[in-house]
Design a binder for this molecule. Structure first.
Ligand code: KG4
Ligand code: ZN
Length: 340
């Protein structure tokens, strides 16, 4: 049985995992604490983690009907992420591992995202028996990247955003039209009754022959568009059309580049995770494109799209099975840790 922590950004999470089965996955979101500032405030995130970590860990253990004595290993996100936030989870996990005399594992947050689409069912269980080489899209508020997962625990970063992440674009466009942070889920809902062809926004880098993304130009074009059409903010249906059009531009880029990369690498499977993978249009269109192209698609389940400790625990357990060596109890956080 393994206890895992995730505190890289604004979710405090603890999970208990046993042989790939997620026995509990408790996530305490700090969205409300940060909303009034329009984004994540690092100092505030760290304080919230300090306040929430022990209650969240208690809840994870009690939901799993487990005691600390049964914990055979402890894992935590080591990076990348907000330094002060990472420190809370990492040091707590190392201290617990020290006290229990159990191995500790420091996990790469994005590497954990790569395997979250393989956790499915009820109770959520990691199914690595059906694993196959895939192109993985990680798309969140802080990151947009394409990764070639050649084999289990073997991956290569293909490309990432050169400026804003896709989720950041949703959030910044939301701010321009007066939506609270994070705006992604609300734009998703507003777009449902909007016309995605009403306004033609740019699809940055969609035809570039690389696996990188760029979303800051799209946000800027929405800003100029609203400067020239301020009356639109007062018209409910036009606002829905705007949300649908912006969302369509983002989804078009994500889907086109992911599919093209999979074809180039001749893999037959695509996976996706990260908060933006909750977006219904993205799920729908990626799914339709994969069907068209004869590709298999594994989307992380919605509760595992956003940051969670279950994916940290599943990867840590997998690593321990491969090689029973832990991370040093002195190991420090790695806020800028790059995915190889
Ligand atoms: O993975 P996540 O919880 O945190 C990190 O950024 O690491 O992702 C949060 C991001 C936010 O930018 C949020 O607006 C976006 O995911 N998001 C969505 C949706 N749900 C969350 N964006 C579009 N549509 C959604 N349904
Ligand atoms: Zn994440």
């Amino acid at each position: 049985m393994l206890l895992a922590f995730e505190t890289s950004c604004d979710e405090t999470s603890a999970a208990v995992v046993q042989q790939g089965r997620v026995l509990s996955n408790v996530v305490s979101s700090q969205i409300e604490a940060h909303a009034e500032y329009g984004g994540v405030v690092p100092e505030l995130a760290a304080r919230e983690h300090l306040r929430n970590l022990i209650p969240v860990a208690h809840k994870a253990l009690s939901e799993a009907e487990a005691t600390t004595e049964q914990v055979e290993a402890v894992a935590a996100t080591q990076g990348p992420g907000l330094p002060s936030a990472l420190m809370v989870g990492l040091r707590a996990a190392q201290s617990l591992a020290f006290a229990l005399r159990r191995p500790f594992l420091g996990i790469h947050h994005h590497e954990a995202h790569l395997y979250s689409p393989w956790i499915q069912g009820c109770p959520p269980t990691a199914d690595f028996s059906s694993f196959e080489p895939n192109v993985s899209l990680i798309v969140s508020g802080g990151h947009t990247m394409l990764v070639f997962v050649e084999a289990e625990l073997k991956h290569r970063l293909l490309g990432s955003t050169v400026d804003d992440a896709a989720g950041e674009c949703f959030d910044k466009v939301g701010k321009l039209i007066g939506l609270p942070y994070p705006a992604g889920p609300m734009i998703d809902r507003l777009a449902e009754n909007g016309n995605a062809r009403a306004f033609d926004f740019p699809r940055p880098m969609i035809n570039d022959a690389n696996d990188d993304f760029s979303f800051s130009g799209l946000k800027t074009s929405v800003r100029y568009f609203l400067r020239d059409h301020p009356e639109l903010l007062e018209q409910e249906q036009r606002l829905r059309d705007l949300c649908a059009s912006v969302q369509q531009a983002i989804v078009d880029v994500l889907v086109a580049k992911t599919i093209r990369t999979a074809r180039r690498l001749r893999v037959s499977c695509i996976t996706a995770s990260g908060g933006v993978t909750c977006n219904r249009a993205l799920r729908r269109e990626l799914s339709a494109a994969c069907t068209r192209e004869g590709l298999k698609l594994r989307l992380a389940e919605k509760e595992l799209c956003t940051d969670n400790a279950a994916m940290i625990g599943v990867l840590a357990e997998r690593k321990l099975l491969r090689a029973p060596v832990g991370t040093s109890l002195d190991a420090d956080i790695q806020p800028g840790w790059k995915l190889e």
